[in-house]
Design a protein around this ligand. Sequence first.
Ligand SMILES: C[S@@+](CC[C@H](N)C(=O)[O-])C[C@H]1O[C@@H](n2cnc3c(N)ncnc32)[C@H](O)[C@@H]1O
Length: 824
Amino acid sequence: MARLSSLISTSATPAITDLPTHDHPEDTMSLDVPEQLLTPENSRSETSSNNENALSEEKPAPRRRSTRVARASLQAAETLEATPVEDDDAAASTSQAYVDSLVQAKRTRSSLRHSIAVMESSLFNGTALPDDDTIMTDGHPMAPDTPVSKSSQEPQAGDMATSLQQRTLRKRVEKALAEDAQTPKAKATPKSDSRNSVRRSTRLSLVDRASDLLDRANSVLGKRSRDSNGKGKEVGRRASLRPRNVAPVKDDAPAPAPEPAAKKRRVSESDLSKLREEETKTHSEEPTAPAPPPRYKPKRWLSHGLYTGQEPSDSPPKQRRSKTSAKASNVPAQRRLLPMPMFTGARIVNIGRDYVVPFDIFSPLPQGQPKPDEWRKTNKNVFVGDAASEWKANKKLELSTCMCEEETGCDENCQNRYMFYECDSGNCRLGPECGNRNFNELKHRTKAGGKYNIGVEVIKTADRGYGVRSNRTFEPNQIIVEYTGEIITQFECERRMRSVYKNNECYYLMYFDQNMIIDATRGSIARFVNHSCEPNCRMEKWTVAGKPRMALFAGDRGIMTGEELSYDYNFDPYSNKNVQQCRCGSDNCRGILGPRPKDKDQRAKLEEKSQGAEKKTKKVIGKKRKMADAQGTTSQKGKKRKLLTPKSIKAGVKKVVAKATARGKGAATKKTTKAVAATGRGKAAKNVKLPKVKAASRVKAAVRNGPRSKAKPAKATAASSGNGSSPLKRPSPETKKKILAHAKGTGRSSPKKSPAKAKKTEAKSPRKPAGRKAPTKSPVKARMPISKAKKSSTVSGLKAKRSLKGSVKKAAKSVVRTVRGENN
Ligand SMILES: C[S@@+](CC[C@H](N)C(=O)[O-])C[C@H]1O[C@@H](n2cnc3c(N)ncnc32)[C@H](O)[C@@H]1O
């Protein structure tokens, strides 16, 4: 509006100068009318030029408003233009024209007000102008035809002053209208067609733009555009907005667009209630039928009692009786109801029946103890250091072919079993019938896992440290657990004793094979099995697939659930000093860990010593305990272990190892398999003990103590054959007799064979297990490993080697013959 004021002052025509001026500066709108005597072209140029001037003075009005103002002024200008103006008598005519123009302006007041309102709203909301059709419907001559100057379309600065200017404008317009209210209405000038067309086009373009924008917005928002049904629109849509799975429709082959699937309408609560009402109406209209009576059988027990019609009976209820059989039977059906648990329970109580409670549900044993911290477990033998290479270099492949028949299976007469060879698919043609696959059975059990399958767990004993108990039953001679650990050379063993285990109380070392030692410090649970003078288990060395393995087997009595497992360490007392008191508690306890001394005096001395050592140990333990308690550092076990004297242990181990080496090298007369379970309990227990595991030596025992050893295997066989498991069986006494008789040379001598034949026989016969030592006075002792014999460099060693070779061959031949039945 400020622009218009300036416009008045600068480009006022002489006709206007005579017009009455308004007192108030705000009334500039009333003066705008004569001032706007401009053609549209002029208006455009003037407006732009004035805008340039005005910009420097004050802020320009926004675009749309200036457009509307220009329209109003142009309308007035048109009216005045149509009026003839002459120089002389211009006064009257001009004033008349002015009046006319005012009348015209008055006529357009409503349109003008509406335009201003629309303009304001568009400015405030920032929206496009609405379709002007609504504005133009009143046939106003000016509004649709007013051209919009370029400058007015340009964005103007000074939006902040918009509201103020609008208010001013409105006030002026209203004032002018109020003043002119008294004047007669003038007829509206018909609008010119050309302007109308121009204006129309501008507005239409605006409307088109707005609708286009609306369409785009709708398509972005996922709504269907107005013209989306139209073919051209759909094709023209952006590819990214087009549905992926719909191919664009081609112009030449228009296909009928499939009807969109009717949307599932959500049923609101109100709808539901309406539906229900309708339903109830329809139902209420139908005639209501009487409800059928319930078809329940009368329950006799309700009136007669719970056990009506039942007779207590001892016979088990026939639950699987078919309907036909029930009909066919002539027995009158007494029971109408199912037997109740009361009588079933009574029957079970009276008659009784066997049942098995699953092991997981019922375990009679209390919880086992936690394993010691230092125990690192391994269930496989691991060669450490040079052990593997040495063992391979010395090892001869040991194979034994089983000759058992399918009818008999690998029973106690199995040659492999007798020789402590495990049968497998490589050496035995029997499959599942073979009963000589203990380690295989153990493998499956271990793989299956679980408390029952593993079958053993660690416990804490009262006076012997940790121990192992069974948490299931084991058949006589059944394999229980394998003794595994690190297989080390003697050199490595000594090194460990010197450095690693120098402060240890217990040593889990056992002689294994070829002067190798199993160190079960990192080993299986079998390391915790204690010694007993009347053991329920035995440790045995077997050859499995050509490799030696050691395992704990159940004794001839079998093992009951919860029994502590034990085997005879069979310590070899290299020195009387190495005495340790036995606390196995059996009736026949020898009193010490080791064999009972033959000499009574010596025995008494040893017992005294061991007891004295115990007392001493206890005293020292007591002292140490007090010290440790004061320090609060060590556990009870640790205190005991502090009593160890590493030097003495070292010396003891050295001695033992040296002796063992000497034995292994030169003497086939000594037993091969020995275990080292070194411990230090006080000063008396300085030296390492070597428990001797009876393996092949049991053969000797069988010969020596015939009647005693006869009975047990027979019993074991009988006991084991009862169930379907495969307990370890031992050769029958008869078989043993035959084998040993031949081995001793007392049997029928075999006919001499040619060297070629002898070789053939030897090849067929099983190889003797290396390291399995035979009884001292028996020819079986000649089963010393050839590799060892080769090692001996002395003349006596060579002699022994030759004699050994001969006796091995002899024994092997006789064994083969025995098994084949040739010697019978
Ligand atoms: C291989 S360990 C057996 C497990 C050991 N009890 C532990 O706690 O680790 C052998 C040592 O256990 C002890 N031991 C085993 N049986 C024994 C017995 N019958 N009487 C006394 N001590 C025994 C001895 O100290 C022996 O040196």
